[in-house]
Design a protein around this ligand. Structure first.
Ligand SMILES: Cc1ncc(C[n+]2csc(CCOP(=O)(O)OP(=O)(O)O)c2C)c(N)n1
Ligand SMILES: [Mg+2]
Length: 552
């Protein structure tokens, strides 16, 4: 007898073959069949989060390491709470499969008045909202399940963006109908690839100076090694914005420094802004945050942009060309006889004496000294991400940051998802206390699921970045409830974590040492000055009109 497989089991097992072994989410009655399928799966483990927003951030973090993640929420109330995180994954090109359990098709058909609805017998209205946060979506039934899963997986892979999969609860428990369909792997059109390579090499040969700009999408697609090989074959300098921090080691001899508009080193600025040809590998996103408040001077007509799925040269678009294929073609070029060579800057010197209060100038180099190869550091939006990113970090450190979407609270659950995605590496979370207050409850999930994150919480008495982005730093809406941060791990079930509250450099150095030695998670609250800001923020304060536009 042929064993029947339910729609729910099929979906979970199919997503497991995409390299997903954990499912982040919050249970609910309409999604019970999906939750049951996860709980009974030998391949996928249920990772319950404190709320759906946290789960969406955790899934985003996981997807950045694994290439894809699974998020499961219930109809309406659950999926809508996850939307900010899923939309952020869409903006930042992180592939989250958002699986949502709907009321049964039988009840939908009869227009029943049901909980988690607006009470008027209409059921399709939330599908449109969740679908907007994805690049593709499907409403599953037993007949279309196999086919639709291949379509959305293929499309999500092509764009590296979320897919929304809605499953009515009765259909979820029904046997899936088989269908003869093969997975769709995104690949280049051979002729288009050849045409793109001919044009790219012609531009390279004609350019007096070339600079490569490996984009954040290289990280999302796990193409760091391929990008490095391509850049080594090109022999040209490369730069990154803070979105791509450490995508290739900063100690690499071809690294020309971080590009951040007017805040870049003058040498970096000269190399990037003066280049005849900017080879944008992956589609850099030049937003206000990573151009030092739009102070970049880049001539886009000198760009060749290799997108995920096309190549753009001026007005010409060559479609059907995959980034990975362009990188491997570039790597085959004859290596340059006189490659660009810079002297790596090395790590900044540590300053201050043990009894000194903790200043940002003394703190950032200490993070650099603390981090080591194999660490993944997760940076939160706020003064931290703007302050730490200009600091050179050791080779082999991976950085994850949500610069474009910039939703505060992201980093805490993202660090959790990242830690589960690769438990062999140490995950280090660096967050401001204001952001942390949004999602700190999932420190509990870190303890519960053995994610031994090292957490640094900068307590500077409120929303520093907001104080600086206004003329008046003292609006009360930038103040916070004064939490006892170091008591959180214990209250949230992480009783065996190392915790410390540090006010001096000596205490900080000792706590960093203890955190590194700790076999469990660690949680360090750093007391900083209320207006002690990194140079990037002081600069932004002077450019408020450029940031936000002039008053009409
Ligand atoms: C979800 C969300 N709400 C509000 C904001 C606006 N916002 C940006 S940064 C910030 C404050 C961050 O404060 P904190 O984490 O303490 O970092 P600090 O700058 O003080 O180091 C706020 C409220 C946002 N980016 N995202
Ligand atoms: Mg703060």
């Amino acid at each position: 007898m042929v064993k029947t497989v339910s729609v729910a089991d099929y979906i979970i097992e199919r997503l497991a073959t995409e390299g997903i072994n954990h499912c982040f989410g919050v249970a609910g009655d309409y999604v019970f069949p999906i939750c049951d399928a996860v709980d009974s799966s030998a391949k996928v483990k249920w990772i319950g989060c404190a709320n759906e927003l946290n789960a969406s951030y955790a899934a985003d973090g996981y997807a950045r390491i694994r290439g894809a993640a699974m998020l499961v929420t219930t109809y309406g109330v659950g999926e809508l709470s996850a939307l900010n995180g899923v939309m952020g994954a869409k903006a930042e090109r992180s592939l989250v499969f958002h699986v949502v359990g709907m009321p049964s098709y039988q009840h939908q058909r009869l227009g029943k008045i049901a909980h988690h609805t607006l009470g008027h017998g209409v059921f399709g209205n939330f599908v449109d909202l969740s679908a907007d946060a994805a690049c593709c979506h499907a409403v599953i039934n037993p007949e279309n399940c196999v086919l639709e899963m291949e379509r959305v997986i293929g499309e999500a892979r092509r764009n590296n963006q979320p897919a929304y999969i809605a499953v009515p609860s009765d259909y979820a428990r029904s046997p899936v109908a088989s269908a003869d369909v093969k997975p769709i792997a995104p690949r280049s059109n051979e002729a288009a690839l050849q045409k793109a390579m001919a044009t790219i090499t012609e531009h390279i040969n004609n350019a007096k100076s070339v600079v490569a700009f490996p984009a954040y999408t290289i990280l999302r697609l796990g193409l760091q090694k391929q990008a490095q090989k391509a850049i080594e074959a090109l022999g040209c300098p490369f730069t990154t914005t803070l979105m791509e921090k450490c995508v290739i080691d900063e100690g690499h001899p071809q690294f020309a420094g971080m590009y951040d508009g007017a805040l870049s080193d003058s040498k970096t600025r000269e190399i990037v802004e003066g280049a005849d040809l900017v080879l944008d590998l992956g589609g850099v996103n030049l937003n206000d945050m990573n151009t030092a408040a739009y102070s970049a001077r880049l001539d886009l007509s000198r760009f060749i942009t290799v997108g995920l799925d096309d190549v753009r040269i001026g007005d010409e678009v060559i479609a059907g060309v995959r980034l990975a294929d362009v990188l491997s073609e570039l790597a085959k070029l004859n290596p340059s006889s006189s490659p660009y060579r810079a002297t790596p800057q090395g790590l900044a010197r540590l300053t201050g004496s043990p009894s000194d209060k903790i200043t940002m100038a003394a703190l950032y180099p200490r993070y650099a000294a603390f981090l080591r190869a194999g660490d993944t550091v997760v940076l939160e939006t706020g003064s931290t991400s703007l302050g730490l990113t200009p600091t050179i970090l050791p080779d082999g450190v991976r950085v994850e940051v949500q610069v474009l979407w910039g939703s505060i609270g992201w980093a805490t659950p993202a660090a959790f998802g990242i830690a589960l995605a690769d438990p062999g590496k140490r995950t280090v979370l660096i967050t401001g206390e204001g952001s942390h207050q949004l999602t700190a409850n999932d420190v509990g999930a870190m303890g519960r699921f053995g994610a031994n994150v090292i957490v640094f919480v900068l307590n500077n008495g409120g929303y520093l970045v907001e104080r600086v982005l206004e003329e008046n730093p003292n609006w009360t809406y930038n103040d916070l409830a004064p939490w006892n941060y170091t008591e959180l791990p214990k209250a949230l079930g992480c009783a065996d974590w190392y915790t410390a509250r540090v006010t001096t450099l000596g205490e900080l150095d000792a706590a960093m040492k203890a955190a590194r030695a700790s076999k469990t998670g660690a949680y360090i609250e750093i007391i900083g000055g209320k207006m002690d800001m990194p140079p990037a923020l002081a600069f932004a304060h002077g450019r408020l009109k450029a940031m936000y536009g002039d008053t009409p």
